[in-house]
Design a protein around this ligand. Structure first.
Ligand SMILES: [Zn+2]
Length: 487
């Protein structure tokens, strides 16, 4: 029997089977129905989220003998040859290994020929951001004067690296990380289809470990099936992937929560003894905490506020960074644990004081809360939109008044300002922030002033303070020198 990797065997063959990219499937299906076929597409998004899979289904839809159709037959010669990767009308180029001008030149040569059996010739360039500048220039010429019947699909995990001259000529589709739950469902279908006995939680562990990539999930699943000798058991999946168990994560968090150092050290021994990488352990603890913040479990013994969870996440993130650089991971982990426990001890004291009904001055304002939650806020935005997150990451919480958070944007970043100020983007951010704060808040943006403006505004403030007015401004040379020296 021929062996075929699971992810190839279970690759979606029609739009209705595609997992987690409904927005793209819908737009492309409508394009096919309306006959609005562009000559160039840009598919961008994380690895393993279905870019080349959808590119191939799209090519089949266009070239199927029954087509153009949103539901290609998968049995005609056109469909089968595209599926097997030997269609003369659908050319795939992996730019990671063919990144030079010669490859693009030969691709351009091929664009001169009319389709052989189908209606369109489709050129799929995977990892398109890897092309060299010369190759991009050559490609640009073709995109500027596209021969009829030719379609380019550029797939990339890193759209920022593709020159704007190219992207502006493409219809762009942003693929999203596939939610864990959808990956789990797909793994279940595969396990049933392959007649593999499985324990429910093993699929959950696999889907979580795959971090939004269905292709990775299927590859890990295959490894785990081989490791387990034909079945998927939780214990074996954990061993095979080298991931910490749910119990270890829970015990570790409980140890921090209760301030139980002995228990925490015991978990660390157990984790390291089981061959789990310390960094992977901490990253898993972080992701468990994020889940705790987003989907609070009423029954959980750990009763942290969002601010506490957020503080714990940022301490763990520091720890995760240190684990990358230091040579004695166990020691780093133990010292990190002590730091976490001592940091949370204070929280316990405060809550005891409150229990005794001694009035406690509430220092925490909404703005402090937002600053504490900022990293969690960014993470939640990332789940919604990678592009929005990439832009917001460079901004900062500036002030909070009248139930409105003002987000600061650095001087000169006018693209950021315009993008974030769009109604639809603002609404997404407001929704997320409101749900984190558990109250409705508005968001607005302010761009920092440039250096000259800043001086002027300080002068204005001073003038205001003394009820005066500015009569002249001059900049002092020594001041500037000082500034340069410090900066
Ligand atoms: Zn067909």
């Amino acid at each position: 029997m021929d062996y075929i990797a699971l992810y190839r065997k279970w690759r979606s063959q029609r739009f209705s089977e595609v997992v987690g990219q409904d927005h793209i499937v819908r737009a492309l299906s409508n394009a096919i129905k309306m006959g609005w076929i562009s000559h160039a597409y840009l598919f961008s998004g994380p690895r393993g989220t279905g870019k080349t899979t959808i590119a191939r289904i799209f090519a089949k839809s266009l070239n199927c003998v029954n087509g153009p159709t949103v539901d290609p037959c998968n049995i005609c010669d056109q469909c089968i040859s595209i599926q097997q990767g030997n269609s003369l009308d659908v050319v795939e180029l992996d730019a990671a290994s063919n990144r030079g001008i010669d490859e693009i030149r030969s691709l351009r040569e091929q664009t001169r020929f009319v389709p052989i059996g189908g209606r369109y010739r489709v050129f799929i360039i995977d990892e398109a951001h890897m092309l060299t500048q010369e190759a991009f220039n050559a490609l640009l010429k073709t995109l500027e004067e596209p021969p009829p019947g030719i379609i380019f699909i550029l797939a990339t995990t890193d759209p920022q690296k593709i020159p704007p001259t190219i992207t502006s000529r493409c219809l762009r589709f942003d693929f999203r990380r596939i939610p864990d739950e959808l990956i789990r469902k797909r793994l279940e279908e595969v396990a049933i289809g392959e007649d593999i006995p499985y324990e429910d939680s093993s699929l959950e562990i696999l889907s979580r470990y795959a971090d939004g990539s269905l292709r990775d999930a299927l590859a890990y699943m295959e490894e785990a099936i081989l490791y387990g000798g034909g079945s998927l058991k939780v214990r074996e999946v954990i061993e095979c992937l080298g991931v910490p168990s749910y119990m270890q994560i829970k015990d570790f968090l409980l140890a921090i929560y209760r301030g139980d150092l002995d228990k925490g050290l015991e978990v660390i021994d157990d984790v390291m003894g089981g061959g789990v990488e310390p960094k992977i352990f901490i990253d898993n603890v972080i992701s468990a905490l994020k889940d705790m913040a987003l989907l609070p479990d009423e029954k959980s013994e750990i009763r942290w506020s969002l601010e506490e969870i957020s503080r714990c996440i940022s301490l763990l993130e520091d720890l995760s960074l240190k684990l990358r650089w230091y040579n004695f991971p166990k020691l780093v982990l133990e010292v990190g644990l002590i730091k976490l426990i001592s940091n949370f001890k204070r929280a316990v004291v405060v809550s005891e004081v409150r229990k005794a009904d001694v009035p406690v001055v509430e220092f925490s304002t909404d703005f402090d809360k937002i600053k504490d939650l900022w990293s969690l806020f960014l993470d939640t935005v990332k789940r919604e939109s990678i592009r929005l997150h990439a832009i917001l990451r460079e901004c900062f919480p500036s002030s909070f008044t009248d139930n409105t958070l003002i987000i600061g944007i650095r001087a000169g970043f006018s693209f950021h300002y315009e993008y974030l100020s769009k109604q639809e983007n603002k609404r997404v951010l407001e929704k997320i922030l409101s749900s984190l704060l558990k109250k409705d808040v508005k968001i607005d943006f302010i761009m920092e002033e440039g250096k000259g403006d800043k001086l002027k505004s300080t002068a204005n403030k001073i003038a205001e303070m003394f009820n005066g007015s500015i009569i002249a401004t001059e900049s002092k040379k020594e001041e500037k020198d000082n500034e340069d020296g410090n900066g």
